[in-house]
Write a protein that binds this ligand. Structure first.
Ligand code: PBG
Length: 323
């Protein structure tokens, strides 16, 4: 009889034959920075995650570097908003300030990435600017993404991460960066980003003003083939890395994207995925640490080279302790 159980007899045997491991360098920690905050502010729907002050951001990035995390992904929460998201392109805007602080704290030890999207900065909460009919204007939005990406590059960002799902955004941003002399700044494209209920807690995290939904630009959860098309287009447009988001409900898309991608593939375990684990664990319904590791192993097994997760720092310190 075949006896596969022989390889499961002890912790050492199981460790020897483990096909999938999480390394701190695989993980990217998303960080929120709130303009004017003097101390970290709790986010009720994401227990353990905060809106950082500039000071606490520096500490968090230093910790991330010391833990050996692959990177940090920065999101700005501005104090004021307008129709065109002016704070996003202002060199003194909160996200550009955060980039300078993070770069300084990282000191080359971990990669500093930033979100290129207008939703945190607009008073209507959409990822782009609106036309006269109130629809998100693709090409006018790309023009702003170009300026936003260059402003981030001037602040010192290593990787820009366009997440607005505008057509052509990667090519536009690449051209703008190159024209401004930032040929070394990489693009992590949110390629297959779905209009997901699992972004819910993120709205609280960035004080989002959105009413309505993002279904004219983010993808329909029903469509896997379309996700592959989006990934192919971003590769053609010059993306250095591509992403599938959210992770857990789209592991099939992640696997197919990973199988055809010529560049590293990231997956984002989003705010709602985090919140579900925390909420169930708080009720005593699941083993928190086991559920965290199983969720991340599943994402890596499905093909992710890089995982964005709010658990990054905790998991990195835990795997560092493992013998
Ligand atoms: C857009 C952006 C969002 C997230 C990352 N970038 C929100 C959205 O598209 O609605 C969601 C991340 C999460 O839920 O953890 N700036």
């Amino acid at each position: 009889m075949e006896r596969p159980r022989r390889l499961r007899t002890s912790p050492a045997m199981r460790a020897l034959v483990s096909e999938t491991r999480i390394h701190p360098r695989d993980l990217v920690l998303p960080l929120f920075v709130k303009e004017g905050a003097t101390e970290p502010i709790a986010i009720a729907s994401m227990p353990g995650v905060v809106q950082h002050s500039e000071e606490s951001l520096a500490t968090a990035v230093r910790e991330a570097a010391e833990l050996g995390l692959g990177g940090v992904m920065l999101f700005g929460v501005p104090a004021t908003r307008d129709a065109v998201g002016s704070g996003a392109v202002d060199p003194e805007g909160i996200l550009n300030r955060a980039i300078r602080i993070a770069k300084d704290a990282a000191a080359g030890r971990t990669v500093v990435m930033a979100d290129v999207c207008l939703d945190e900065f607009t008073d209507h909460g959409h990822c782009g600017v609106l036309d006269a009919a109130g629809e998100v204007d693709n090409d006018a939005t790309n023009a702003l993404y170009r300026t936003m990406a260059v402003a981030q590059a001037q602040a010192g960002v290593d990787v820009v991460a366009p997440s607005g799902m505008m057509d052509g955004q990667v090519a536009e941003i690449r051209e703008a960066l190159d024209e401004a002399g930032f040929t070394g700044v990489a693009i992590l494209a949110y390629s297959a980003k779905y209009a997901s209920a699992f972004f819910g807690p993120f709205r609280e995290a960035v004080d989002s003003q959105l009413k309505g939904d993002r279904r004219t630009y983010q993808m329909d959860p029903a469509n896997a083939r379309e996700g592959l098309r989006e990934a192919d287009l971003d590769l053609l447009e010059g993306a250095d890395m591509i992403m599938v988001k959210p992770a857990m409900s789209y592991l099939d898309v992640l696997r197919q994207v990973a199988d055809r991608s010529s560049v590293p593939v990231a997956a984002y375990q989003v705010s709602g995925e985090y919140a579900m684990i925390e909420a169930a664990a708080a009720n005593g319904w699941i083993d928190r640490e086991a559920a965290i590791m199983e969720s991340l192993i599943g994402i890596k097994r499905a093909g992710a080279d890089v995982i964005l997760t709010y658990f990054a720092a905790e998991v990195a310190s835990k795997v560092a302790q493992q013998k």
